[in-house]
Design a protein around this ligand. Structure first.
Ligand code: CP
Length: 478
């Protein structure tokens, strides 16, 4: 099967079969590393890194050199015309006219999608803000498969900054796609965003069990976990609990502990203060002395700061430097496939646990915008050509998901474009929670992020919105 001319923005852009086939090609390439130099001869890769990087950038550039191709690079927004106010779309069109493939890292969430939409050549997301880092996830999955032979049914604990860690977000979906169980061990205050958990349960079919306070089992395995994702017992079996009891299973052993550093560059000022006050346990030999960790792979996307003790480097359970080294063959395989210089056989059987849902789109260029301050769609240079665009992922409560950064949120007010009142002079808006609002067909929905926005567009409050003496709009009681 050819993956030529495709892009990789999120981990869901590749099926399980394609990922497995890519891993076979990476195996082949790593065995004969010095025999690949003719594959990309004459091809050029743009390596655009607008955030710091050691592993991703250098392993991509090494991969292209080993394939016999050339690399052009920009590693600082300040030395590109983005600093003069050029849009990402214009940059993508121009760079896409010079090269055969683009690798981009950017602090704005959704930036890689915009580059993909405008470049006209394959694009690889090398990390877009706190959104996703799909090629790190390929390295992580490849390492787990190499060390444990399978991913399905494993118990993988995710540790540290689960809120801003982009490697965490792509890995969560990938593990769910391959049928693993996930143990969430966040630093307090850096829990997995709700929109990630919501997508996990609606589209990957498993169940989440949350823990308010650590229970006995948790204490026994020394994991400060706050939730567990239990995978369905087989693909497409929505909400089917596994036959085994996950708590009992936990005592039997954790297959991998994936540690991440606090992503301080994305912290709000309040979180920075919190970070100084609250220290999370360091992963060291003492923490891993329980029987449950006897065969645990200790993983980390790196760079590490203080969260993972150096003493573990010599421990046979440590796997993080292997993860980094495997970045070269994995990225070689990916570049070769997207450039179409290699083809692979992909198993016809769809063994993915993912459930693809065709959510109704929501596209209007007024009324509501993505509330995520790091989303590409709300940045000044990009709003001239990017219109807000969402998927309606739920009606009760009304929930939108931004198509760029994938943040989910619940807007408060709605109206209908199908004017039941007959005249625009009587345009009314309603609380999104009201009985009336739920009846509006998706194609007629007009969504407002505040009552002020609705009124700025000449809509008046209906009986389903009333003004509270405090001055705040309040939903009328039914
Ligand atoms: N794992 C990872 O993305 O490392 P770099 O930031 O060094 O590329």
């Amino acid at each position: 099967m050819a993956l030529a001319n495709r892009s990789l923005v999120t981990i869901d852009d590749l099926s399980n079969g394609e990922i497995e086939a890519l891993f076979s090609l990476a195996d082949e390439m790593s065995e004969k590393m010095n025999e690949q130099s003719g594959l990309c001869s004459g091809k050029v890769m743009a390596s655009l890194f607008f955030e710091p990087s050691t592993r991703t950038r250098l392993s991509f550039e090494t991969a292209m050199h080993r394939l016999g191709g050339s690399v052009i690079t920009a590693s600082d927004v300040g030395i590109t015309s983005l600093a003069k106010g050029e849009s990402i779309a214009d940059m993508a069109k121009v760079v896409g006219s010079y090269v055969d493939i683009i690798v981009i890292r950017h602090p704005w969430e959704g930036a890689a999608k915009v580059v993909t939409d405008y470049a006209g050549v394959p694009v690889i997301n090398a990390g877009d803000g706190g959104h996703q880092h799909p090629t790190q996830t390929l390295c992580d999955l490849y390492t787990i498969k190499k060390e444990k032979q399978t991913i399905k049914g494993l118990k993988i604990a995710l540790w540290g900054d689960l809120k801003y860690g982009r490697t965490i977000h792509s890995l969560i979906f990938a593990l769910a796609k391959f049928g693993a169980n996930i143990i969430f061990c966040p630093t307090p205050g850096l829990e997995v965003p709700e929109h990630v958990l919501e997508k996990l349960t609606t589209e990957y079919g498993g169940e989440i069990e949350r823990y308010e306070t650590p229970d006995t089992v948790v204490k026994e395995v020394l994991l400060p976990l706050d939730a567990i994702y239990m995978t369905p017992s087989s693909p497409h079996q929505l909400a089917m609990m596994p036959n085994v009891n996950i708590k009992v299973e936990l005592k039997a052993g954790v297959d991998a502990l994936y540690v991440t550093r606090p992503q301080k560059e994305r912290f709000t000022p309040a979180e920075e203060g919190q970070e100084l006050k609250k220290r999370f346990p360091v992963v060291d030999k003492k923490l891993l002395k329980s029987k449950a960790f006897r065969k645990t792979l200790v993983m980390h996307p790196l760079p590490r700061v203080d969260e993972l003790a150096v003493e573990l480097d010599a421990d046979p359970r440590s796997t993080y430097f292997k993860q980094a080294a495997r970045g070269v063959p994995v990225r070689m395989a990916l570049i070769a496939l997207l450039l179409g210089v290699k083809e692979v056989v992909v198993s016809g059987e769809d063994d993915s646990f993912i459930r693809r849902i065709d959510y109704p789109p929501y596209r209007r260029d007024f009324g509501v915008k993505c509330p995520n301050p790091r989303c590409v769609s709300i940045q000044e240079t990009e709003t001239k050509y990017l219109k807000p665009e969402f998927k309606i992922v739920n009606r009760e409560p009304l929930t939108l998901r931004c198509i760029y950064c994938e943040h989910g949120f619940e807007p408060k007010y709605v109206a209908s474009s199908d004017w039941h009142e007959g005249r625009t002079a009587t345009k009314k808006y309603h609380s999104a929670e009201s009985h009336w609002a739920k009846k509006i067909r998706p194609e007629n929905l007009i969504i407002f992020d505040s009552a002020d926005t609705a009124e700025a567009h000449s809509f008046k409050p209906s009986h389903y919105v009333r003004v509270h003496p405090s001055g705040k709009k309040k939903m009328r009681k039914k």
